[in-house]
Structures are given as C-alpha cells and as structure tokens.
Design a protein around this ligand. Structure first.
Ligand SMILES: [Fe+2]
Length: 211
C-alpha cells in the first residue's frame, strides 16, 4: 500500500503531466523510458521504506529526469546510427536543460531540479554534465541513477539491443564503483525479489495505486 501523496505537492501533478505530454510529442520513446524509470524508482523507494514525502519528491524527479530532452533536437534522439561527438555534447546537456525548465516554471521544489541535474553523475566523479563529487550528490540522485541505468540497459532502442535483466545486472555489477555502495547492495536485494510492476499511465498513480 502506497502512502497518500502530501497535499503540499498535489499541485505538482498536473504540471508534471503537462510536461510529460510535451515529451511524448517530442519523443515517444523518451516518455516510455521516463515512465519505466519512475515505476522502478517508486517500487525501490517503497522497498526501502522511504518516508512518503521524500519518496514523492524523488518519484516526481524520476518522472521528469529526462525532461531536458525537450531541448535536444529530435533528430539526435531518433538518429538510427551512432551520434557524432558534437551531438553527444548537445545530448549530455539534457540534465542541465531539465533543471532549467523546472526553474523557469517556478513551481517545483529546488531539490527536484537538483536530482534531475544529477541523474547522470556517478559515484567516482566521472559522470556528466558537471562531474559532481559523490559527497554532493543527493540521496534521490543515487536512487534515480541506479534505476535509470538498470532500465536503460534493458530497453530496445533505435541504437541499442536490449539486455535481459540478468545481463543488465551483470553489467552494473562489473561497474559497481559508479554507484552508491549501500544503495547498490539494497538494489541488488530489491531486483532479485521483485519481477512484475504495474503499468503507469498518469502521475496520479502516486496517489496510492497498486505497486
Ligand atoms: Fe538522462
């Protein structure tokens, strides 16, 4: 049973939905991806018994983690072959764009923008776009990074053959130094006991749907 959403943050659901509709128009696969990551994040937070209000903020950040792709040319996102180095630079700006989009709207807590900005940062400081040292990374950023990586590795995209869950976890285990050690161990326990998650269609699932 999911705890009720905090009333202070009810007003964030419709702006979130509106942003996701824009993302769907820009890139349908990006929308599917964000929903998959949010679903995995919500379930992991439930597994961790994360305090409800914090879980809501992190799940909203997971839903919007790639919203910065709105400012990356769809031609780059949908390119069927490997992208050029200059296109990679443009792509790697999407966490910064995402934080800026939320800031310009003036509706979302700063913490959500920070988690979006940090979702590709890594524990050893090798991530992007800012190579943030691990001690400055938010708890929610570590969670989203884990879930995003696990989900992304399994997705079949225009440029990637999807891995099985076992192959994805094997790959992550070989690169465990990139993740928060305690959360990595917790994620290991989590994914090996939970296989099936419900389908998400609207952010209102945060109000207490089945997980
Ligand atoms: Fe991303």
């Amino acid at each position: 049973m999911v705890s009720p959403v905090c009333s202070d943050h009810h007003n964030l659901l419709e702006p979130t939905h509106s942003l996701l509709q824009k993302l769907a128009s820009h890139s349908q696969p990006a929308l599917w991806h964000t929903q998959n990551v949010a679903r995995k994040t919500r379930a992991f937070l439930t597994y961790l018994h994360t305090e409800p209000e914090n879980a809501l903020l992190i799940t909203l950040a997971a839903l919007l983690h790639d919203i910065g792709l709105l400012r990356v040319d769809a031609g780059i996102l949908n390119k069927p072959m490997a992208i050029e180095p200059y296109e990679e630079v443009l792509f790697q700006a999407h966490p910064t764009h995402g934080e800026a989009i939320l800031k310009e709207m003036g509706l979302f807590p700063q913490e959500i923008g920070m988690m979006i900005a940090q979702h590709h940062e890594q524990m050893d400081g090798s991530g992007y776009p800012r190579r943030v040292p691990c001690e400055q990374l938010l708890y929610g950023s570590h969670i989203i990074h884990l879930c995003d990586t696990f989900v992304s590795l399994q997705e079949e995209t225009i440029r990637q053959k999807g891995r099985t869950p076992e192959e994805a976890w094997q790959h992550m285990s070989e690169n465990a130094h990139l993740f928060h050690p305690e959360l990595f161990q917790a994620f290991d326990r989590f994914i090996h006991r939970l296989d099936h998650l419900p389908v998400l269609t609207h952010p209102s699932f945060l109000l207490g749907a089945q997980l």
